[in-house]
Design a protein. Structure first.
Length: 571
């Protein structure tokens, strides 16, 4: 049972309890535990298997630890089963809409008897929702708008970070067989897209029978769609489709290239092959009836006169021309990252102390970090006032005197206000080493107003980094309307940077916009936005988006030494 699945069950329990008007402290405890598990870069299932005491994780007491262990071992959560008996399960579907939290959902159910999305749509179209207390015409229109955009859950693509939780253990499970010579997950997963529709696992071996048997009988398999000698398809309990393909070693490279994609990239490569009198497919490169290449991807590319192209670039967006002309970038790697410039502590909505975050970052090999707790406007996160921020600065000074091997920078994640002002006065901001400036409110402004808001904020000389620039939450919230081209140009003119946020639910900026940042000559910053020491391990997800944006080491702020970092931040 993967972290995402465990977290979903606790989120559902919290939602159902809130609909029942349960004790708010109990509801909050379940929401907190769901967030902790969802954000953990370590598998809870592994911790339970190793007999670790989950109550030692900050925010999880003995009672909740017992419930988690029971869920992992037995597959069910008794408290959730009880709540489902009390509340129609269909009501959870209503809360997929951003406009509807548990309280509003309960009101719709109590006042109008609504239990389904179809009933919700009918009530909104008939104007019944706007007549309810606390809703109004605008809320009704927004509900209809969201319903129009809502995709069926089965059509939603899985977030990359969640797919890693599934793919890693599954590959390890298959790789235990002696028959498996090579194994990799191909498709959009290997290209490191921020979401994946399914998993394509490719195996090289001579005897496929043991591999197919082990694959189709995996404990997580809910349904075997097909089973053959060279291909099997299953659905996992999470709903994710997984295809396993087995090929001979002589064709492994050709198959890996073919199933990695993208389709547009493959079509372009095949056309180059046709122009050279070659046939390129998943079985190899053929000249007439003769197999002339295909054991490795390098062989396939060589036959069309190209060097190997990194999977992240294979979208037919200029990578073939760049390869032909010797212009392929030397893509950034996680080892190039020297520090993390966006993280939170228990002073606001983080779970670990200043010292704990610093020591965890040091273990990862970082040279420096910036502590960027929330500013005062974010009251839900206990945002810092100028007084509390200065107290934290003093604490950072004391900590730096004690620590060796890592430097803690003074920072803040400061809210960008609706008028483009920053949430803290300049006389406080000027004392900081770095500011991450973010939008957390008024997400529904027009594209023009939202763009002007950010550009005005960038005019402030103490504005360093635009945090999670599109505001999107994958599969939950669309990006707010904003002219990113204008923002990138504004950043270039003012010497500001744009963040590539590594949180699995954000991955913001995604690769296509990271490429825009690079091409404009604006520095990117890959940060984890950590709210716990566990989150520091998400850096690789941000690196993957930078790579999809063609970014090299020099295109990023936090690949620099501390001395060069400070020079780059100066405006």
């Amino acid at each position: 049972m993967h972290n995402a699945e465990i977290a979903r069950k606790f989120h559902e329990l919290a939602d159902l309890l809130e609909i029942q008007d349960a004790n708010p402290f109990r509801v909050r405890a379940y929401r907190n535990v769901a967030s902790i598990i969802e954000g953990s870069s370590r598998a809870i299932e592994d911790r339970v298997g190793k007999g670790e005491d989950l109550s030692q994780i900050k925010g999880i007491g003995e009672d909740l630890a017992g419930q988690i262990e029971s869920l992992v071992k037995n597959g069910t959560l008794s408290q959730l089963e009880e709540a489902r008996k009390e509340v129609p399960e269909e009501l959870i579907q209503l809360m997929r809409l951003e406009q509807l939290g548990p309280k509003r959902t309960k009101q719709l159910h109590d006042d109008l008897g609504i239990t389904s999305l179809d009933q919700l749509r009918t009530a909104a179209e008939e104007g019944k929702i706007s007549a309810l207390s606390g809703f109004g015409k605008k809320s009704e229109e927004k509900i209809l708008d969201e319903l129009g955009k809502l995709k069926p859950e089965k059509e939603q693509r899985m977030r990359l970070g969640e797919a890693e939780q599934v793919a890693g253990p599954l590959v390890d499970y298959l790789d235990e067989l002696d028959e498996v010579k090579k194994i990799v997950v191909a498709g959009s997963y290997r290209r490191r897209k921020e979401t994946v529709g399914d998993l394509d696992i490719l195996v090289a071996c001579e005897d496929s029978a043991p591999v197919m048997k082990r694959f189709t009988t995996h404990p997580e398999v809910a349904d075997v769609v097909s089973k053959g000698k060279t291909r099997s398809t299953v659905y996992l309990k999470s709903g994710l489709q997984v295809d396993l393909r087995v090929v001979a070693e002589k064709s492994y490279g050709a198959a890996l290239h073919y199933f990695t994609g993208s389709k547009a990239h493959n079509v372009a490569i095949r056309q180059i092959g046709v122009d050279r009198g070659l046939k390129i497919n998943e079985y190899g490169v053929h000249k007439g009836d003769k197999l002339i290449a295909g054991k490795t991807e390098e062989e396939v590319f060589d036959q069309v006169g190209l060097p190997w192209i990194p999977p992240e670039l294979r979208e037919n967006r200029g990578e073939i021309e760049a390869a032909r002309e010797g212009r392929l970038p030397k893509l950034v790697e996680e080892k190039d990252i020297r520090g993390d410039l966006h993280m939170h502590t228990d002073a606001t909505d983080g779970r670990n102390s200043l010292r704990e975050m610093a020591e965890a970052a040091k273990k990862l090999g970082h040279d420096y970090i910036a502590i960027t707790d929330h500013s005062r406007r974010l009251t839900m996160a206990n945002g810092l006032t100028p007084k509390r921020l200065r107290e934290q600065m003093e604490a950072i000074d004391r900590l730096n005197e004690e620590l060796e091997g890592i430097r803690v920078l003074k920072g803040i994640e400061v809210d960008i206000l609706e008028d483009g002002g920053l949430d803290l006065p300049d006389d406080v901001l000027k004392e900081l080493d770095v500011t991450v400036c973010s939008i957390h409110s008024k997400l529904n402004l027009s594209r023009k107003k939202q763009t002007e808001r950010v550009l005005r904020a960038m005019d402030n000389r103490y504005f360093n980094i635009l945090g999670h620039p599109t505001g999107r939450l994958i599969n939950k919230r669309d990006p707010y309307p904003i002219d990113l081209e204008a923002i990138v140009e504004g950043a270039r003119e003012r010497g500001c940077c744009l963040e590539i946020n590594s949180q699995p639910k954000r991955l913001d900026l995604p690769g296509r916009y990271a490429q825009m940042v690079k091409e404009a000559g604006v520095l990117g910053v890959i940060s984890t936005d950590s709210h716990a020491t566990d989150h520091l391990g998400f850096m690789h997800l941000g690196v993957s988006q930078a790579r999809r944006g063609w970014m090299e080491k020099d295109d990023l702020l936090n690949t620099r030494t501390l001395e060069h970092l400070k020079k780059a931040l100066a405006r």
